[in-house]
Design a protein around this ligand. Structure first.
Ligand SMILES: [Zn+2]
Length: 303
């Protein structure tokens, strides 16, 4: 990565040619503490921490339109991937990445029970290779035309696109270093979960919050606590959480069963009602009777 690329991007920022927007925290709170003015590359980017829930996020952040322009620009490729990319992507096609995901998922759901796999933000589809080798139905989406065609050359079923282009339903959804880029976390996760089969699981990996993870294209920075809290708010329950290599945080989640949750809330309500109106008064009355009887007994004994 050349510092010239960073300088060129910062110049665009100074000239007001990159559009930014102010956003509240995911918890809805507006008050924040500024913790950085530049990201790990030296790009001008204000990073803040919510005073209420502690979530760290970019604010102001690039607008959806600016982000789309940035991802498609040479600035993004030169800053994030370096000038010499020859052989960079081909090296990704080993089985290590996908096997790590398989290993984790298998701990909570037998991998042989999984028939279909979806990955959004799949790049060239390198994570999906071991799933294909296991004869699963595999589908990947990525915005990059270059990377999707690279994956297609490897025999993978990839399509250029994002969440709104996804069709069908799957037993496993893979989101590898994707959700920190979302501009509408709750909306995007909600759309994705509509493509998850009953009993299906989602594997999610994010960079764990660290100075090295500060990037102008990362809208959110999660730690173990905020990862759980916000995935829970997305309607997901963690089955397994794993910090990997100290800089990655991954987990396997299942969809919250709202019906079971409602039934349990309903049962809790009736259990509380029965306790309050029947058990508690009865226990109180028994106490009174026992106290009354023991009082009478003491009186009789004194006599
Ligand atoms: Zn917050």
């Amino acid at each position: 990565m050349s510092s010239k690329c960073v300088e060129a991007f910062n110049k665009l920022v100074d000239e007001g040619r990159v559009e930014y927007e102010q956003v509240p925290c995911l918890c809805g709170h507006q008050e924040t503490i500024r913790i950085a003015d530049r990201d790990c590359f030296g790009i001008k980017q204000c990073v803040v921490k919510c005073k209420k829930c502690g979530l760290v996020f970019n604010n102001p952040r690039m607008t959806e339109q600016s982000l789309k322009w940035f991802y498609g620009s040479d600035h993004y490729r030169l800053i994030y991937e370096g000038e010499d990319r020859s052989g960079h992507y081909e090296d990704c096609y080993d089985l290590t990445r996908g096997n790590t995901i398989i290993h984790l998922v298998d701990k909570v759901k037998p991998i042989d029970s999984i028939v279909s796999v979806l990955e959004v933000g799949c790049g060239g589809g390198w994570n999906l290779l071991p799933f294909v080798n296991r004869k699963m139905r595999v589908k990947g989406y990525d915005y990059s035309a270059e990377l999707t065609s690279l994956g297609k050359n490897q025999g993978l079923d990839l399509e250029q696109g994002g969440i709104d282009d996804v069709k069908g339903s799957y037993d496993l959804i893979v989101l590898n270093h994707v959700i920190e880029h979302f501009t509408d976390l709750f909306g995007s996760m909600n759309k994705l979960m509509s493509h998850l089969n009953d009993g299906g699981v989602i594997y999610i990996a994010v960079p764990s919050f660290d100075k090295r993870s500060l990037q102008n294209a990362h809208n959110y920075y999660f730690d173990v606590m905020s990862f759980q809290i916000y995935m829970n708010k997305c309607g997901l329950t963690p089955l397994l959480l794993r910090p990997q290599y100290n800089v990655h945080l991954s987990g396997v989640f299942k969809k919250d069963n709202l019906a079971i949750r409602s039934v349990s809330l309903y049962m809790n309500y009736w259990a509380f009602y029965i306790y309050k109106h029947l058990v508690s008064p009865l226990v109180g009355n028994i106490n009174k009777i026992v106290r009354g009887l023991s009082g009478s007994l003491k009186m009789m004994l004194k006599k």
